[in-house]
Design a protein around this ligand. Structure first.
Ligand code: UDP
Ligand code: MG
Length: 153
């Protein structure tokens, strides 16, 4: 089954939204296989947001990600990368649909609550970037037969 990386950004931590957002993933039927609070260093952010490094606002984004620690999560499920991106909504919280995390909790492009891997390839790299092997747990999801048909997973 697929895994994806989620980061609850300082905008979520500071606004006290950690629990509400984790609950959405649990309610959806996704399995949490890794979770920790960390502070994102300059080095990690320069790699993680390498596609934005040349942007004039990169410093602003980096500082915003360092306002507080963040919560890094690894979620597991069938097609979990696409499922979590759909739950996340588009980058701009102002245009994100109601019902998505960004649509329900943000009105900003930068302060948009959550990071979620955008492809299966990116997810593999990003999970490795934030979690050591021993920080990821392989344990049975007891309600699996109630979450998927047996030929879906
Ligand atoms: N971002 C921003 N301004 C922009 C583009 C991105 O502040 O014009 C921030 C925003 O917080 C976004 C993050 O940089 O979530 C990463 O950008 P990306 O384009 O990868 O968007 P995402 O994949 O998070 O939707
Ligand atoms: Mg992205």
């Amino acid at each position: 089954m697929e895994k994806t990386l989620v980061i609850l950004k300082p905008s979520a931590v500071q606004r006290g939204l950690i629990g509400k957002i984790i609950t959405r993933f649990e309610d959806k039927g996704l399995q949490i296989v890794g979770m920790k609070m960390i502070f994102l260093t300059d080095n990690v952010l320069e790699v993680h947001y390498a596609h934005l490094k040349e942007k004039p606002f990169f410093k602003r984004i980096k500082e915003s990600m360092q306002v507080s620690p963040v919560v890094a999560m690894c979620l597991k499920g069938v097609s979990v990368v696409d499922v979590v991106r759909a739950m996340t909504g588009p980058t701009n919280g102002r245009s994100a649909q109601a019902g998505t995390i960004r649509g329900d909790f943000s009105v900003s492009v930068q302060e948009n609550i959550i990071h979620a891997s955008d492809s299966v390839e990116a997810a593999k790299i990003e999970v490795k970037r934030f979690f050591k092997e021993e920080e990821l747990f392989d344990y049975p999801q007891l309600m699996l037969p109630n979450i998927y048909a047996n030929d879906e997973y």
